[in-house]
Design a protein around this ligand. Structure first.
Ligand SMILES: [Fe+2]
Length: 200
């Protein structure tokens, strides 16, 4: 079984300053994200061992650990990719057209997304729902509670306290504003194009 590995950041640790500090990016990537990679590998090893022995005393816990840590690993990987020191601005092209069609306007989408970011104890996600064939905002607790089955994350914003408290204290809204100063719409638009090509 292959081991999951922590991906390198696509920029330097201090590249998102002054919006997100080098200290927060370092802790967040090297400690928190690493812990989800390690937890996923550990849970998968437990499951593999239990299949061999037939002793399933620890299987239920490991199944939950796969979901928690797997979602943590996958969403953090997206989160890092969705920021850039050259980010900011608004989406363009097909994604912009779809946001306008599904939410009325970019401003309408962002206002709703910011509500999700304020309400979630985990993540605010822009997802593509292939059943309804539309974009949706989703507020997720932890990494996996409140997910809409079948939907594909297009944009992932981490609103766990480890994401902003050192920089902004309890003012999560300022962190969300800061995220939009560094958001990189190019990979988000590419996610949208890839997912839509599968279902439409
Ligand atoms: Fe995080």
């Amino acid at each position: 079984m292959s081991q999951h590995e922590l991906p390198s950041l696509p920029y330097d640790y201090d590249a998102l300053e002054p919006h997100i500090s080098e200290q927060v990016v370092t802790w967040h990537h090297d400690t928190h994200h690493q812990s989800y990679v390690d937890g996923l590998n550990s849970a998968e090893e437990t499951l593999a061992g239990n299949r061999e022995t037939g002793d399933h005393a620890s299987t239920a816990g490991a199944l939950g650990d796969v979901t928690h840590n797997g979602c943590g690993h996958y969403l953090h990987t997206m989160f890092w990719e969705h920021m850039s020191p050259d980010g900011g601005g608004e989406p363009s092209g097909a994604l912009a057209d779809r946001i306008a069609a599904d939410f009325g306007s970019y401003e309408n989408w962002r206002a709703e997304f910011e509500v999700a970011a304020g309400a979630a104890s985990g993540w605010a996600l822009l997802v593509y729902d292939p059943v309804a064939k539309q974009l949706r905002n989703v507020a997720v607790d932890n990494h996996d509670e409140g997910a809409l089955w079948g939907s594909h994350p297009i944009l992932a914003l981490d609103v766990w306290e480890h994401s902003y408290y050192y920089d902004y204290g309890p003012d999560r809204g300022s962190f969300v504003d800061a995220f939009f100063e560094v958001v990189d719409w190019d990979p988000i638009a590419a996610n949208y194009d890839d997912v839509v090509s599968l279902f439409e």
